[in-house]
Design a protein around this ligand. Structure first.
Ligand code: TXA
Ligand code: MG
Length: 306
């Protein structure tokens, strides 16, 4: 159910949960200090309690509410990439954020989203915590219709149109004196080199593991085969500029030269498989192992359960 900006602000302040648009994917939002609403988010998504939430803020100064000391480069990262699809995980004063939000960790994930409607909303409500607006394990929502598919037609959604990026933010985690990649996302890792002086490495394999990263994710009901033999495939997730066997049905992800376009389409195409009750599909994974393609490869690996 579409609601106005004013209604969204009112509901959030009353302790309700509302879906909000961002430039990456839709979020399921609550005010950061409304514990019942936060509990409701976990219930609605069927999300494990050890998977913490990102706090959406409207300015770098908002960070001062949660910590006195920022890790090195926090300000330059924020000034360069915010508002935008970057999430920074930093140590905080744990008293300032409910335990449920941060899954008992003494760190908190923050980002300033770029969508104008949500920026206007944040000015009215203050910081909002929001995971992606999908059932846990399923593909994220990039339209208000996706949110309604997962949470019902009466669920309140601030409609901001189709999300521009279509894939989640890149997460950087500050740990042991360095920034690490907690999750690949809409920004590729080499973009951080000019600021950090190094390309952040993946946190995977380091302890503690980035919570929430160990589950099957982004997955449609269909069985997904990664690459391999297209000759016997009935359904192919592939590229509009490539040739596949004629008998197969092509679900196009866009051009093989344009990873941004492909990421923009990815979740809609994965959801389409469910809408059409497709049982199995083969994915074309013949893409360069660099830049934003790494985000694509990571998402489809998780979506296929690999
Ligand atoms: O683009 C996005 O980031 C979207 C929009 C709505 O902002 N949000 C999103 O949230 O993708 P979610 O909950 O689906 O994914 C957030 C991930 C969690 O899976 C978790 O791994 C990581 O952020 N995270 C959150 N807090 C953390 C923390 N304190 N330490 C390490 N990782 C954290
Ligand atoms: Mg998610």
């Amino acid at each position: 159910m579409k609601i106005s900006l004013e209604e969204a602000a009112k509901k959030l302040s009353r302790g309700e949960v509302v879906a909000i648009p961002t430039e990456t994917v839709y979020g399921l939002a609550a005010c950061y200090n409304q514990e019942e609403a936060i509990q409701k988010i976990y219930q609605l998504k069927n999300r494990p309690a050890n998977n913490p939430l990102i706090m959406h803020i409207s300015s770098l100064d908002d960070l001062n509410t949660f910590t006195r000391e920022l890790p090195p480069s926090t300000k330059s990262l924020g000034e360069t990439f915010w508002p935008g699809p970057l999430t920074l995980v930093i140590p905080i004063d744990p008293k300032t954020v409910p335990e449920k939000v941060r899954a008992h960790l003494h760190t908190q994930a923050f980002r300033i989203p770029a969508h104008p409607l949500t920026r206007a909303l944040l000015k009215k409500t203050g910081p909002l915590v929001a995971p992606s607006a999908n059932l846990s394990g399923k593909p994220s929502s990039v339209t208000h219709a996706h949110v309604e598919t997962d949470f019902g037609n009466d669920f309140p959604v601030l409609d901001g149109g189709e999300c521009q990026k279509g894939v989640e933010s890149t997460i950087l985690v500050f740990q042991e004196g360095k920034w690490y990649l907690g999750r690949l996302g809409a920004l590729s890792a080499h973009l951080f080199q000019p600021i950090l002086g190094y390309v952040p490495e993946e946190l995977i394999g380091k302890k503690p593991l980035c919570p929430g990263q160990m589950y099957r994710h982004y997955a449609p009901k269909a069985h997904l085969h990664l690459g391999g033999d297209f000759s016997s495939a009935e359904n192919i997730l592939g590229f509009s500029d490539r040739k596949y066997p004629k008998h197969a049905r092509l679900f196009s992800l866009g051009k093989s030269s344009d990873p941004e376009e492909v990421l923009h389409h990815l979740y809609s195409v994965l959801r389409k498989l469910d809408e059409e009750k497709i049982k199995s599909a083969t994915l074309d994974i013949d893409v360069p192992k660099e830049g934003l393609w790494l985000t694509f490869l990571e998402r489809i690996k998780k979506a296929s359960g690999n």
